[in-house]
Design a protein around this ligand. Sequence first.
Ligand code: NAD
Ligand code: APR
Length: 241
Amino acid sequence: EHTPVEQAAAWIKESASTVVFTGAGMSTESGIPDFRSKKGLWTKTDPMEVASTEAMNEQYDLFHEFYTLRFKTLERCHPHMGHEILAEWERRGLVDAIATQNVDGFHQQAGSQKVYELHGALKKVCCIDNGHQATPDDFIIGNRCVCGSRLRPGVVLFGEMLPQDAWEKAIEVIQQASVLLVIGTSLQVSPVNQLPLMTAGKTIFINQEMVPAASGYDLVIKGKAGDMICHLNDLLCGGSS
Ligand code: NAD
Ligand code: APR
């Protein structure tokens, strides 16, 4: 009889279409803090004070300071083995797409091609008023856009709509998935936490701590994203690649 990880590997191996859905827990082993676990960002800062449209419009200095810190963290971190294995699985046809809440760009940096960034990407800096492209350095230095407007990172702020294209594509692939692998998320933020409910396939939840919303999943595996993905990889590809 199978352990949950062995069962997960068997389902992924047989799956006609596997989609992976990741949250901040996918990047903590790279050194990027998550939001709601014990040391998470939102245990020290109120997201509405720094990561909302009000913060951007009413208190730009706080907004700028918060995201400058996030750029600084990102500069000294990089994808870990778990990101790299997910990219390898895409090359081997074991994974069709990744839908992520993360804004660090690590899935693409590790080589994954089909990635839907539901909360945007930190490095896609643009001007607040006209969407003109700019760079993270322009933002960090406090430069204004050539049009005179202030700059912002390309992330979805609290109160903003999600990028419609990524949202629709993620719904499409998740609805068609025969296996949905959810990794490192507390499933507390709407509307992205509705996505896993849209699949007719088998649902696997890998997370460091238990999350009430995952109680209905077919398999619930308590563990670190990186460790569990490596373990699955050993079962799927016989020994570390
Ligand atoms: P919310 O629960 O209030 O609603 C989610 C947001 O998504 C709302 O703004 C809503 O208009 C929009 N939305 C709802 N249905 C949608 C659909 N079908 N298509 C597209 N957009 C839809 O969440 P919130 O508190 O307003 O936060 C908005 C989003 O910003 C959340 O997803 C949150 O995770 C994200 N966020 C990102 C960061 C970051 O740094 N990346 C920080 C804070 C919040
Ligand atoms: N391995 C597995 N799980 C982990 C790991 C790890 N190495 N590190 C943390 N976790 C778990 C935490 O226990 C927590 O349950 O990952 C989950 C992360 O949850 P959140 O911090 O809420 O992050 P996330 O679910 O991605 O938040 C959703 O909220 O503020 C917004 O836009 C932001 O995209 C973010 C959204």
